[in-house]
Design a protein. Structure first.
Length: 297
């Protein structure tokens, strides 16, 4: 009897972990971090309840969108090494369970935002969710330009966080939104290069699949990292950020660009992985310095 009870308890814990993983917590954390940072830079107070509302609403909506994406792509995920152990293809969560969790997260996020935040914040989060689930997800089987479309849902939460602070959309708000858009392209192209065989086998129309020598992929990565440098300096040029931020933005931007240029020079998995790792450092470093400088001012 005790063994059976322990077994059921272990299965329940495994399902809870799977439900958490369904929301792609890593991606949701980056999106939530970006929205929260935009809220602070726009003048929102960290001690305000609104700050918590932004974090909760954004996290729920982002996790819900990620969950629905996994539900829609479960059959494809089961055929790829990178994704076969995800909750639905691995069988840890039944499809209907995953649907319930994903829809529950999405609805909870929209409801929470509608009750606690400005209406425009809710609209922007809804547009982010819809463009990810209804536009970007199916486009992966239609066009190699889907990565550009995928940059939209990842950047809209920045505006959502900004307007939640009660600020009007200005050049700095647009620049931070564009930073998120530009940052995502090399990030996802690096993943696409490392997983190109998987994507090719399941019929995904990724740029890396249609680019056997990797030149177009690496060139696009370099162009977008290059564009990041001037755009990331807009908060400094507009007077919202100071010299510490400007120096940090230039330093991490130059490093990101250097990794992209190295990948362009030699399209190897090692250099694509280095570009991917640089992308993981770039955004928290940039936003972290911007927020700390803003809080200290």
């Amino acid at each position: 009897m005790e063994v059976a009870i322990e077994g059921r308890a272990a299965a329940r814990v495994q399902q809870i972990r799977a439900a958490f993983a369904l929301g792609k917590p890593g991606i949701a954390a980056f999106i939530t971090m970006s929205a929260a940072a935009a809220y602070i830079v726009a003048g929102g107070r960290v001690t305000s309840a609104t700050f918590i509302h932004v974090i909760v609403a954004t996290a729920l909506v982002a996790a819900g969108a990620a969950g629905l994406n996994q539900v829609r792509e479960a059959a494809i995920d089961a055929r790829m090494r990178r994704t076969r152990n995800r909750p639905v293809p691995s069988g840890t969560l039944a499809r209907q369970q995953a649907v319930t969790v994903a829809v529950g997260l999405s609805v909870s996020g929209f409801a929470y935002s509608a009750m606690a935040l400005p209406w425009l914040t809710t609209v922007l989060l809804a547009l982010s969710h819809a463009s990810y689930v209804l536009v970007y997800t199916p486009l992966k089987r239609v066009t190699p330009h889907n990565t550009l479309v995928g940059g939209i849902p990842g950047s809209l939460p920045v505006l959502a966080g900004w307007v939640a602070a009660g600020a009007g959309i200005d050049a700095v708000a647009l620049a931070l939104t564009f930073v998120l858009f530009l940052w995502q392209i090399p990030h996802f192209l690096a993943i696409g290069w490392l997983c190109r065989d998987d994507y090719r086998n399941v019929g995904f129309r990724m740029l890396t699949v249609d680019d056997p020598d990797g030149v177009a992929t690496a060139r696009m990565s370099a162009v977008y990292t290059l564009a990041l440098l001037p755009v990331s300096l807009v908060p400094f040029l507009a007077g919202t950020a100071g010299r510490v931020y400007a120096a940090a933005a230039f330093a991490v931007g130059a490093w990101y660009l250097w990794c992209a240029a190295a990948f362009l020079a030699r399209r190897t998995d090692a250099r694509a992985r280095a570009l991917f790792l640089a992308s993981l450092v770039y955004l928290p470093a940039l936003l972290g310095v911007l927020v700390l400088e803003r809080l200290a001012s």
